[in-house]
Design a protein around this ligand. Structure first.
Ligand code: AMP
Ligand code: MG
Length: 560
């Protein structure tokens, strides 16, 4: 069959990644180690019966795809990998990474194939990547497919995060492939067929920390430099690197410092909304500071810094909620180590080993400074975020103790983090000094999973009184403050997040052929900060008892 020249949706493919960067010279789609290349060209494997289940109209708009085009057969075909046209240049990326703290060597896109990069109407470049569209040279022992349940989770969570204001890769479409995929969901030998699905993910870049780690791990400083310089010139054009010739170390350092900042900011967001990624391996951290690779992630319900959603992580809890900022920092150290070889002294002739070593240390010192600045940036960002969510005008002396004490009080009995923060705005701060404990805590009492003892209740009341005194002092200074404060709190504390059991309810319905649950949740999560009273009885509620131990609601495996 002759490939059509251009895609039927009128997208403008620019394909800078594959145009500019070194390609794997082998064209065959066989599993192997790929050296000296940033990607392998590979076509998606056609699927049996593409069927569109859901799409994000905001992402379609971003790409300039009309509603009619979304409804066309070509759309489902294209974003299932069944329609590859001459203007696309499909490929899988080559990268490595640390998994659970250990260097894992080459990983790469084992089940993601980018169709190419398009120029969006707003002037941005967006890569369209199909997740679950068949094997690639990086599939190792796996099939390159994705199942419906994990695809629903990726589709919904990407868009939910976007609407929460959290940097993330986006999801254009969720399609059923019509193929059946074998999975051992519980890793207990009970494999079963599940519906196959494909999500089209969209981001300016899918480069990960691990993309930069693989080359130096193999002693290939040339490809490392090519990729770093290309990344700086394309995705970090605002750094104004010289168009030709080598990019100076200062600019590389600026780039790395920016990665440290955006990563720190991302951690603040995750902590705010209660998102636990679950697999913060270095191949799952985006160079753009986006949330990427939605796998066994989960949302905190009861506030518990020790919680991890990932069964594979249950033993050491490396990726638990409270550990995410430290892990981000650890991952940045790995990225710094990866790019350090670029800082080797240019001319080593006539230098002793000690002199080379000293020169190198001096050169990489700014990288160390950038890594160190992560903690400062995260702490400042976290404190500001906490002040804002608690309704303060600005951070003040003593707030740190108040934040610390809140963390303790929220763990006296299991307390729903989202409900607590949303309902805090309803606490009668003005009368806190005179109200009795029970009346004072009443607005937040919905957040408790179990009834607190009198003593626990009174500890919460004590915290609420300190908090009230703090906001009332600011209100005394500014009469309009009270109303503004509540609006401020509602704008930063979401009412609706993608609770684990909510996704599971939609998955159960979809597995049975009713996909409306997915679109209903997408609609709800498009406005997470709005009251939406018609949905509160169903979704502004604590985790139901049935979900406590149910797979997919409490713990998830990587088997997706
Ligand atoms: P993840 O934990 O999802 O980031 O995946 C880690 C590595 O395993 C990446 O290289 C993935 O591309 C690869 N991988 C995960 N699932 C599959 C699959 N079903 N088929 C092929 N490769 C996969
Ligand atoms: Mg990954």
């Amino acid at each position: 069959m002759v490939k059509p020249e251009t895609n039927p949706l009128g997208l403008t493919f620019t394909n800078r990644f594959t145009r500019d960067l070194p390609a794997d010279p082998i064209a065959e789609n066989t599993r192997r180690q790929v050296h000296g290349a940033c990607f392998s060209r590979v076509d998606p494997t056609p699927t049996a019966a593409p069927q569109l289940i859901a799409h994000s109209h905001e992402v379609a708009e971003l790409l300039g795809i009309s509603a009619d085009d979304v409804a066309s057969e070509a759309f489902a075909e294209m974003f299932n990998g069944n329609l590859v046209t001459g203007d696309m240049d499909p490929y899988a990326m080559c990268y490595g990474g640390h998994q659970f703290g250990n260097w894992a060597g080459q990983l790469g896109d084992g089940r993601a194939i980018a169709l190419g990069e398009v120029l969006a109407p707003d002037g941005s470049h967006q890569t369209l990547q199909l997740k679950g569209s068949g094997p690639t040279p990086y599939s190792r022992g796996a099939d390159g497919r994705a199942v419906l349940r994990s695809s629903i989770r990726e589709f919904l969570c990407s868009e939910a995060m976007f609407h929460l204001g959290v940097p993330t890769t986006r999801a254009l479409s969720l399609t059923l492939s019509g193929d059946e995929v074998m999975r051992d969901m519980f890793y207990d030998g009970r494999s079963a067929f599940e519906h196959g699905a494909v999500v089209c993910r969209v981001a300016p870049s899918f480069l990960r920390f691990g993309s930069f780690q693989l080359f130096p791990a193999r002693g290939d400083a040339d490809t490392l430099r090519t990729l770093v310089e290309w990344t700086i010139r394309t995705d970090f054009a605002h750094l104004d690197a010289p168009v030709d010739g080598p990019i100076p170390n200062e600019t590389i350092t600026e780039w790395f410092a920016e990665v440290c900042r955006t990563t720190a900011d991302l951690m603040v967001h995750w902590m705010r909304v209660g998102f636990v990624h679950g697999v913060m391996n270095t191949d799952n951290l985006s160079i753009l500071g986006l949330t990427i690779d939605y796998g066994p992630y989960g949302w905190l319900e009861g506030f518990d810094p020790e919680w991890t959603p990932n069964t594979t992580d249950a033993g050491r809890r490396r990726y638990r909620y409270g550990n995410q900022p430290s892990i981000a920092h650890w991952n940045l150290v790995q990225l710094a180590n990866a790019i350090a070889p670029l800082y080797a002294p240019d001319d080593e002739s006539g230098l002793s080993d000690e002199e080379i070593e000293a020169a190198f240390r001096e050169q990489v010192a700014p990288l160390q400074d950038a890594v160190d600045s992560f903690a400062t940036r995260f702490d400042a960002g976290w404190n500001e975020m906490m002040a804002e969510r608690l309704g303060f005008v600005a951070i003040a002396d003593g707030d740190n103790e108040l934040f610390g004490e809140l963390g303790r009080v929220l763990q006296l009995v299991e307390t729903d983090m989202t409900i607590f923060h949303r309902r805090l705005a309803d606490v009668d701060a003005a009368n806190a000094a005179t109200l009795d404990d029970v009346s004072l805590v009443e607005p937040i009492s919905d957040a408790w999973y179990v009834k607190p003892s009198d003593e626990q209740l009174s500890e919460m009341a004590t915290w609420l009184r300190s908090w009230s005194a703090r906001v009332v002092a600011e209100e005394r200074a500014d009469g309009d403050r009270a109303a503004n404060r509540i609006a401020q709190m509602h704008a930063i504390n979401p009412k609706y997040v993608l609770r684990n059991w909510m996704a599971q309810l939609a998955i159960d319905r979809s597995d049975a052929g009713d996909h409306d649950g997915v679109t209903e949740l997408l609609e709800l999560l498009r406005r997470p900060y709005d009251e939406q009273p018609e949905h509160e009885d169903q979704f502004f509620v604590k985790r139901p008892e049935w979900a406590r131990e149910r797979a997919g609601c409490s713990m998830l495996s990587c088997s997706s």
